[in-house]
Design a protein around this ligand. Structure first.
Ligand SMILES: Cc1ncc(COP(=O)(O)O)c(C=O)c1O
Length: 487
């Protein structure tokens, strides 16, 4: 980002305020019809060509006009919905469900229940990446001032998502890069302890960076039962060993258990108030669920959080959010970083930046950050509470249907605070790995292109179905119907 800091080029007219307009269907308080959205887009394009819209110079067409066209990627008309025109909150979710095949075109080809894996990004995100990449190609160095604004907007959206200040946000490539930053840069002392979920139940990205600290004489305190379920009481017990760090995942990737982060954060706060000496810090791997299940870092007393954008945020691969609280920043080493971490990248002695972007190190992938920013903006616009409500409703329906067909659900579903969109299930008859994979494989089979593949994952001899807000009850019915035959 050093170049960004130095650049003084102003954006061209019309690029500084891409969203400028006077009236939207939303402002009028009416649910916009497709025709309204299209005529608004046409009018807006005529008035304000923007960096987001270079490929929209052609007149947009309605989906009805599109239907007779041959469905090749070359002939598809551009995605024609600017995010700022989509209604907010529940109305926005309903709008997306009505335009599901346009916002998430992959649903035409597959039933995606692997949202805890690597679902495709939304068209809002994909278009933002493609448009910004084209914008850079077309504008040359003049793109820097717009890019800088967009990265700042993405930082603000990420701050809003987490209840943090934008100065506490950095962009890293993925979850492990953020967690490793904490492990490598925290001010460890020999004999320090880190509380982690037991190794065979935690995802390696949130175990290996801590395990690696053993070389410095740091010890691990493992929590969680034999199923990978971790309770607040277990963390309270572990706190008696006065650890320097509690490093937990917000949702278990093998259990679907949502950890009560606010309860754990309160325990750590109380512990710190009652004990003198260095504080116990709270580090969260938030990738499973962030964007759907709200996390407020201040309410939960979280010091560090890392979450790739590739799962529930549906922001594509290779870019994620890293949060470092202002308070914890003082315990992080900021020497030995890259030029972009310096106050002046041309001056090695200019000192480290005093905000979280100090952890961005070097030249960044601007297009991906712009795409991640758009994906976070969508989540903020729809509202994580609304998204979570829908996901819980859909996952409740899935659990109900599975149990009605005799499947055993392993994910915790009794305590509302522990429920998530991740549901692990199995059958007593699936007593060998081959039997589980046979069922799993048959659901991915398209039966000679007559049915859509149903994507899910296998975890510890169970099938893991991850439902997100854009999934439907009809897709769940299809899964249950096909499971009934396959299992
Ligand atoms: C708990 C958890 N952390 C992290 C990741 C992904 O890590 P990364 O973003 O470093 O690839 C996963 C993916 O399944 C996960 O379940």
């Amino acid at each position: 980002m050093g170049i960004l800091r130095e650049d003084t080029t102003e954006p061209k007219e019309g690029l500084q305020n891409p969203g400028a307009r006077t009236e939207t269907p939303q402002k009028r308080g009416l649910f916009p019809t497709l025709t309204e959205v299209i005529s608004y887009v046409r009018a807006r394009l005529a008035k304000h060509p923007t960096p987001e819209t270079p490929i929209m110079q052609k007149t947009p067409v309605t989906p009805e006009e599109r239907k007779p066209q041959k469905e090749t990627s070359d002939s598809k008309p551009p995605f024609a919905y600017p995010l700022e025109d989509i209604p907010e909150g529940e109305d926005g979710i309903n709008w997306i469900l009505q335009h599901r095949e346009e916002v998430f075109p992959f649903v035409q080809k597959e039933i995606q229940f692997d949202n805890g894996g690597a679902p495709s990004p939304s068209k809002f995100c994909a278009k933002a990446v493609a448009d910004h990449s084209n914008f850079i190609a077309e504008q040359g160095y003049a793109h820097y001032s717009v890019t800088k604004q967009k990265i700042q907007q993405a930082r603000e959206e990420a701050g809003k998502l987490l209840g943090a200040d934008s100065s506490e946000i950095a962009f890293k490539q993925n979850t492990v890069e953020g967690l490793r930053t904490v492990a490598e840069r925290f001010n460890w002392q020999k004999g320090d302890k880190v509380v982690v979920l037991k190794k065979d139940k935690e995802y390696a990205s949130n175990f290996s960076p801590w395990e690696d600290l053993k070389r410095l004489g740091v010890e691990l305190v493992e929590v969680g039962d034999e199923n990978g379920h971790v309770t607040v009481a277990q963390v309270a017990e572990a706190l008696k060993q006065n650890p320097r760090m509690v490093a937990l995942s917000s949702i278990g990737w093998k259990t679907g258990q949502r950890v009560d982060l606010e309860a754990v954060g309160q325990l750590i706060k109380d512990h710190n108030e009652q004990n003198s000496g260095p504080k116990t810090r709270f580090c969260v791997d938030g990738i499973q669920g962030l964007g759907i299940h709200p996390i407020d870092v201040k309410k939960a007393n979280i010091d560090f959080l890392s979450a790739g954008g590739s799962k529930w945020l549906m922001a594509g691969s290779g870019k994620g959010i890293f949060y470092c609280s202002k308070d914890a920043m003082g315990e992080m080493r900021t020497t030995g970083l890259g030029a972009s971490s310096l106050k002046d990248f041309t001056k090695p002695d200019s000192g480290a930046k005093e905000n979280a972007s100090v952890f961005e190190d070097g030249t960044n992938n601007y297009e991906s950050i712009v795409g991640l920013g758009e994906a976070i903006r969508l989540a903020n616009k729809l509202g994580q509470k609304n998204l979570e409500r829908r996901v819980i409703e859909l996952s409740n329906y899935l659990v109900q249907q599975l149990e009605a067909k005799g499947f055993k659900v392993f994910s915790p579903r009794n305590n509302p605070k522990e429920k998530s969109g991740i549901v692990l299930f199995g059958k007593p008859e699936w007593d060998t790995p081959e039997k589980v994979s046979a069922t799993h494989n048959s659901l991915m089979d398209t039966k000679g292109n007559t049915v859509k593949p149903i994507w899910m994952s296998l975890r510890d001899g169970k099938i893991r179905a991850c439902v997100s807000y854009y999934n439907t009850k009809e897709e769940i019915d299809e899964l249950i119907g096909r499971l009934d035959v396959a299992a």
